[in-house]
Design a protein around this ligand. Sequence first.
Ligand SMILES: *[C@@H]1O[C@H](CO)[C@@H](O)[C@H](O)[C@H]1NC(C)=O
Length: 199
Amino acid sequence: MATPKLLTMLLSTLVACLCVFDTVVFGQFDKFNKYDLPTGVTGPESAAFGVLPSNGPFTTVTDGRILKWQGSSIGFVDFAYTTPTRTKQFCDGTTDPNKGPICGRPLALSFQRSTGLLYIADAYFGLLVVGPTGGLATQIVSGFKFLAGVDVNLITGDVYLIDASLTYEIRNTTQPGFQPDSTGRFLRYNSYQTSVGLA
Ligand SMILES: *[C@@H]1O[C@H](CO)[C@@H](O)[C@H](O)[C@H]1NC(C)=O
């Protein structure tokens, strides 16, 4: 019979494994599997699947990282980040909204099939792009206050963006007295022109 100490060890191994394996979700969502984030990491905001050899899936989290799923025995690993001011020591695991301008806050991801590049909409750092090996993304367009969405047209490669506000940053939305406005924009970007679409 196993000693209590051994049982504790077995149990903690089991718990450690559950943190990594994708898990079946019960009840109303029993047709889903859950991809658990690394311990203490919060706020997944995007789901994207890459072109080989990138695969994935990929997601973005509150602490500014873009994570890549490496299969159920490894879980999520660091893939990319959006600003040279981000350090793992200062940023990993943070939930402090005021660290966004230092750590980055990527909100949306979309792969460009023709090039294999990953486009990133970061609330603070605008539109960025990163290659299949990840690392520090290259900023394409800055100056947005609250970039929130991106998707790449499969056929033309054009990049569509959601700029959530001309007034507010993402951290303002949880501050007292926040009043939503109607300054959000739907934009299309390509290398020759940037045009404003539906207001
Ligand atoms: C958004 O939050 C920042 C940091 O707290 C603050 O400096 C800024 O004035 C806020 N902007 C608005 C429009 O509330």
